[in-house]
Design a protein around this ligand. Structure first.
Ligand SMILES: [Zn+2]
Length: 170
């Protein structure tokens, strides 16, 4: 009977070790870049702009991911080696490519997650090139993605959130 007990103890120990490994791997997965997007997403051309020099670059998402990004979500500029590449947007006033504004660093992760904070900031964002409001009209469609964040919903004129689409009858 002693042999049976020993086997049970060994099995429990092995299960504990496997559980611990899974936890560690999960933790590493969260810290690193996360799941790899499918190939058609990686092939998509993404325009980014250097926040310091305003140089625009069009690379595929896969190429950007290979270059790497820092914890603030800024990608590496392949020419300077610095993490200064941020999502680009077009100024509604002068039509030039400008960097999207950076989120204020108030949260523990470097910026608030609240989309309302971002929307408010976008409405007041002035183009660094022409000094005019870069997004004067709230109904211009989708807002650009904040660095490393979730795109907020566009706000309808009057400030009311967009109405959900009516349910589709089957
Ligand atoms: Zn402008």
């Amino acid at each position: 009977m002693e042999g049976g007990t020993r086997i049970v103890v060994i099995v429990v120990l092995v299960l504990l070790i496997i559980g611990g490994l899974v936890l560690v791997l999960n933790h590493l997965g969260v810290v690193s870049s996360g799941p790899t997007p499918p190939p058609h997403v990686l092939a998509r051309i993404v325009r980014k702009i250097d926040k310091d020099t305003f140089e625009v670059m069009d690379l595929s998402l896969g190429q950007w991911r290979k270059l790497g990004y820092n914890k603030e979500g800024k990608y590496k500029n392949p020419k300077t080696g610095k993490y200064t590449m941020v999502p680009s947007m077009t100024c509604a006033h002068c039509g030039k490519d400008i960097p999207v504004p950076e989120l204020p660093a108030t949260g523990p992760e470097g910026g608030p997650e609240d989309p309302m904070v971002y929307e408010e900031m976008m409405r007041n964002y002035r183009c660094p090139l022409c000094g005019q409001l870069a997004m004067p009209s709230p109904d211009m469609g989708e807002m650009p993605m904040p660095p490393g964040g979730v795109a907020p919903r566009p706000v309808q004129p009057g400030g009311a959130p967009p109405r959900p689409a009516p349910p589709v009858r089957r």
